[in-house]
Design a protein around this ligand. Structure first.
Ligand SMILES: C[S@@+](CC[C@H](N)C(=O)[O-])C[C@H]1O[C@@H](n2cnc3c(N)ncnc32)[C@H](O)[C@@H]1O
Length: 295
């Protein structure tokens, strides 16, 4: 990788960018052009789509050095989100940190379905988000449906800290109650939520080693892996959610590719009815929904 000539006095963007793209490609990075622009935008504090509008405009020497260092990190397959410290999710800038899962686009399917259901509920719906991570789901719901209140729980201290910062950044901290805990432990007797959402860990232990270097380096294993086949958390979450939901309350679970039928069975066994599977944009069954219709 030859990024050294950036040390000179000439830091025209076109040249700096082209060298970065070549280095990223050699390192096997999947989208070198996109990553080179996003990282340049982070360094210059400009939108990524504007960094190359005037390709002869130079980078300041400090910016060129900073850019080179970040490109070297990306060549080591550190995810862009961890390098720049954020990821766009549901049109919100969500901060990420070491030890906290980077939000994924497929989780927007869960958010869209949850918003659709919340809009059909009267009053101020109470929502529980189990395994909130960066707080992306909780914050997206609190932002899109201002009359709802969200309780968000995660077992990881780093996740709760990051979700707290994100909720403040988006001005919804007063409507997102955060705490650290194991699933629904400490949430009382039950019957108090109108909706429960969760994107739990659902990768099987044996699958983890086959994930991309970015995922293995950038996301905590505990946020991804749940048992040998990935189903470890669905059953306890379904059973606990059934107790915590009000009659007619709704549970929405994100699932991995091919998991929807078995998760629907788990929900049925826990007492849920009106089971539905919602596809993501790629046509994969991504969300399993059920209602507590026992009133
Ligand atoms: C797949 S990540 C989802 C994070 C975030 N909700 C999102 O959609 O990007 C799963 C999250 O569940 C948390 N988690 C794992 N086991 C948990 C447990 N027993 N109780 C609470 N949270 C848990 C992890 O720390 C992680 O933040």
């Amino acid at each position: 990788m030859n990024l050294e000539d950036q040390k000179g006095t000439e830091h025209r963007r076109r040249a700096v960018y082209s060298r970065a793209v070549r280095a990223l490609r050699q390192a096997g990075v999947p989208n070198p052009e996109l990553d080179a622009s996003v990282i340049m935008g982070f360094v210059t504090e400009e939108p990524p789509e504007k960094v190359l509008l005037d390709r002869d405009r130079p980078l300041a020497p400090q910016q060129a050095l900073h850019y080179r260092d970040l490109i070297v990190r990306r060549c080591g397959r550190e995810p862009v989100s961890q390098i720049v410290g954020y990821r766009e999710f549901y049109s919100l800038t969500i901060g990420v940190a070491p030890g906290v899962l980077t939000p994924r686009p497929e989780t927007e399917t869960l958010v869209e379905e949850a918003i659709r259901c919340l809009e059909g509920m009267a009053g101020a719906p109470a929502v529980l988000d189990i395994g909130t991570g960066s707080g992306n789901i909780a914050i997206a719901l609190a932002t899109a449906v201002p009359r709802c209140r969200v309780v968000a729980v995660d077992i990881s201290r780093a996740a709760v800290r990051t979700a707290d910062a994100n909720a403040r950044r988006h001005g919804v901290r007063d409507r997102v109650l955060l705490f650290r805990g194991d699933r629904t432990e400490g949430l009382g007797a039950g019957g108090c939520f109108d909706m429960i959402v969760s994107n739990p860990p659902y990768i099987g232990e044996n699958e983890f080693d086959r994930l991309s270097p970015e995922v293995r380096k950038g996301d905590p294993r505990e946020a991804l892996v749940a048992g040998i086949e990935g189903y470890g958390l669905f059953e306890p979450i379904a059973e606990q959610s059934f107790r915590l939901l009000r009659p007619a309350g709704i549970l929405l679970l994100e699932v991995g590719m091919g998991q929807a039928p078995r998760v629907a069975e788990i929900l049925a066994r826990a007492g849920f009815s009106g089971l539905r599977v919602v596809d993501d944009l790629a046509g994969t069954g991504r969300v399993v929904a059920g209602s507590r219709n026992d009133a």
